[in-house]
Ligand binder design. Structure first.
Ligand code: CO
Ligand code: CO
Length: 303
């Protein structure tokens, strides 16, 4: 075992092959089955990218009530997933379904990574800059739709973001000499940044004004749309985070919003920035410099 539990994916060495293995299962966040299947696949392969790897195969895990859903819906769901996996260069090679009152879909994904490309959560270095590759807000915006405070059509940007693979961000990070990255998912930016800080034994400084949010996120927080996960993450992270006086409760909530198929958070050596920016620009992929890594013992500063 090269990387055990606690990172984005496990890594196991067989002879000179490094296997990257991960599993992720989610409940629906959009109504359209094809789109949900595709988001689910993008979300599941993301942990392989977060390790600097390349996904190869996927096994589906599907829970649904067979009397509530017609085979046509399930076929669309899996078609969306298969198409997205193919875009990632991975192949759906099997899976398993069980009876479940609430529909669930996920994938166990296997990939490979070269030893020199491995991106570890615990490898942030003092002086690195922190780069984020997607805007935050999928948890709050999908909750707003569930609470009928926004029409599903208002999710268009969030859906496009969730459908975007982290492939370019991952290969750009590896090519620019990054050693440390993670993907921002269920524990929000705050939770995943704290994981990097703790496992790297460093202090991560986040500049709130540089953190990108999807349109509407702040308005919905003001209107009381707060996913349960955001509250829990904030409670957990607050003990190890110093917030400057200018950061409001709403700001803290926004930073804790759980993401589905969120972007990569990369700890990038400054000398790699030019190359990183070049690769991302060429692929028309956005990124934001949101902070830096300082000497420390596993804390966050948000200012
Ligand atoms: Co992850
Ligand atoms: Co995961």
């Amino acid at each position: 075992m090269v990387v055990g539990p606690g990172d984005d994916a496990g890594v196991f060495r067989h002879k000179n092959i490094l296997l990257v293995e991960t599993v992720d299962v989610i409940t629906p966040i959009v109504d359209d089955p094809y789109t949900f299947g595709a988001i689910c696949a993008a979300n599941s392969v993301s942990d392989v990218y977060a390790m600097g790897g390349v996904p190869l195969t996927a096994l589906a895990i599907l829970g649904y009530a067979s009397c509530d859903f017609s085979p046509a819906v399930i076929i669309k769901l899996l078609k969306g997933a298969k198409d997205k996996l193919r875009e990632a260069g991975a192949c759906l090679i099997g899976g398993h379904s069980i009876e479940d009152n609430e529909i669930k879909l996920g994938f166990a994904v296997t990939g490979v990574v070269e030893k020199k490309s491995l991106l570890r959560a615990g490898a942030a270095s003092e002086g690195d800059i922190l780069v984020l590759t997607k805007e935050l807000g999928t948890g709050i915006l999908t909750s707003a739709v569930k609470l009928k405070k926004m029409k599903p059509s208002g999710l268009k940007n969030a859906v496009d973001s969730m459908l975007t693979l982290n492939r370019t961000a991952s290969s750009a990070a590896v090519a620019s000499g990054a050693r440390c990255a993670t993907d921002v998912t269920g524990f929000g930016l705050l939770g995943h940044a704290l994981n990097i800080a703790e496992s790297s034994k460093k202090t991560l400084v986040i500049s709130y004004d540089n953190v990108p949010f999807m349109k509407g996120v702040r308005e919905f927080i003001a209107a009381g749309v707060v996913p349960k996960g955001a509250k829990k993450t904030l409670e957990f992270c607050a003990k190890k985070t110093s917030f400057s006086g200018a950061i409001t409760e709403a700001d803290k909530t926004a930073l804790s919003d759980p993401q589905t198929s969120g972007g990569m958070l990369i700890s990038l050596p400054i000398k790699g920035l030019k190359k990183f920016a070049g690769i991302m620009k060429k692929a028309d992929a956005p990124f934001w410099i949101i902070g830096e890594v300082r000497r420390g013992k596993g804390r966050l500063i948000v200012k």
